[in-house]
Design a protein around this ligand. Structure first.
Ligand code: AMP
Length: 373
């Protein structure tokens, strides 16, 4: 087994990451860090969330920053504001014991642009951004990316499926003259991503793939229970009661579904709140804060709202209904069993949906057990 020191990570960083529980490199870290630290190169990392990819690109990019300069040197693009804030926070923690100050700024839609503009006027070395907001800032002339030498695309497949294709292309074009490198991270490699790779990246960029066969974390126990629409809420309350103080996320397919279930659970006395895309940013932040600081026990969420969210110590996720796209099953169940712990992913299944369970089993190469709640 390797160590961060052997991979080339500086001692001051090792001290900081140890404090947040990162002491032995994960697979993606072991494979990506030596490449990214030692060569100026484009890079492709095929890895899902929960594998430790933030540190895999975050530590090398921080090592590169020249703090003598006050230019923006690295851009990290990620699909949602929650992810952007999360990445910035992690990177900030990584720098705790670093002497020279590295300045990080997060910019994302849904928050007043004026405040972000004001922040960007201060020295900034790394910008973490959602593509749409970054384009706004570039167009207004409020951010100078002409000195950027590393562009990191995090969850590239998700950025494309959220409609950021044009924005991404424009950002990559803007930075072309800088002789910059692109580090692309994605769980999957659809055609659209291959196009980006072909258009903007070196043809022989190193490529690292993590667990290509089983994209799903092996510490998750996959279960399903046969039920009816009417029985679902009762079944969920029984499940939650049995699990006492354990925490988890319940996924719904629709925003209204999430809100309804949250209301029902709150009426039953559970500590629950909805998180969905129609809610105001302020409200979403409030819910996420409460969930992270454990004053809220259950999150009732839609797929997009909970994308990539990293909350520690979740013992279970419940699928109020199975997602239409199989990859969402991977994303949802990946919220539990993080950082080496085990967790349960429980799907509520109507009689006619059993076929869907079999499909998911086959596509993801996992096994479901039928249970009674
Ligand atoms: P990520 O895949 O980057 O979203 O990371 C998922 C979670 O795993 C975060 O909470 C990290 O702090 C944690 N983590 C990252 N790398 C390691 C590691 N090598 N050992 C233990 N935990 C880690």
């Amino acid at each position: 087994m390797s160590t961060f020191s052997a991979l080339g990570i500086r001692e001051d960083y090792i001290k900081s990451i140890k404090e947040i529980g990162i002491s032995t490199p994960s697979e993606i870290q072991e494979k990506a860090i030596p490449i990214l630290l030692n060569a100026k190169t484009d890079f492709i990392g095929l890895a899902q969330t929960g594998t430790g990819k933030t540190a895999a690109f975050g530590l090398p990019v921080l090592h590169q920053i020249d703090t003598e300069s006050n230019h923006i040197q690295a851009l990290i693009l990620s699909p949602t504001r929650e992810l952007v804030q999360q990445i910035k926070k992690q990177l900030f923690k990584f720098t705790k014991y670093v002497d020279e100050k590295i300045f990080l700024e997060a910019v994302f839609g849904g928050e007043k642009i004026d405040r972000q503009i004001k922040n960007l006027k201060r020295t900034t070395h790394v910008v973490v951004a959602t593509p749409g907001r970054l384009i706004d800032l570039i167009e207004r002339g409020d951010v100078d990316i002409s000195h950027v030498t590393t562009v990191i695309l995090d969850e590239a497949d998700e950025m494309l499926s959220m409609g950021f294709k044009q924005d991404l292309n424009r950002i990559l074009k803007f930075t072309t003259k800088n002789d910059r490198n692109i580090w692309l991270f994605s769980a999957t490699m659809p055609e659209e991503i291959k196009k980006i790779v072909k258009t903007y990246m070196e043809p022989n960029a190193p490529r690292v793939e993590i667990n290509p066969k089983s994209l799903v974390n092996e510490n998750i126990r996959h279960q399903f229970v046969r039920t009816t629409i009417k029985e679902k809420t009762g079944l969920i309350t029984t499940f939650l009661e049995k699990r006492g103080r354990q925490r988890g996320i319940i996924f719904c397919r629709t925003k209204a579904g999430a809100q309804n279930l949250a209301v029902q659970l709150i009426e039953e006395g559970f500590s629950a709140a909805a998180l969905e895309g129609d809610m105001q940013q302020k409200e979403r932040d409030k819910v996420m804060r409460a969930f992270k600081n454990e004053s809220l026990q259950y999150l009732i969420s839609t797929d997009v709202a909970a994308r990539g969210i990293d909350v520690r110590g979740l013992e279970f996720v419940i699928h109020h209904q199975l997602p239409e796209q199989t990859e969402y099953y991977t994303h949802r169940s990946g919220r539990t069993a993080r950082a080496g712990k085990t967790g349960i992913s429980l799907a509520l299944v109507l009689p006619y949906e059993i076929e869907r369970v079999h499909e998911i089993q086959k596509e993801l190469n996992i096994h479901f057990t039928e249970v009674d709640v």
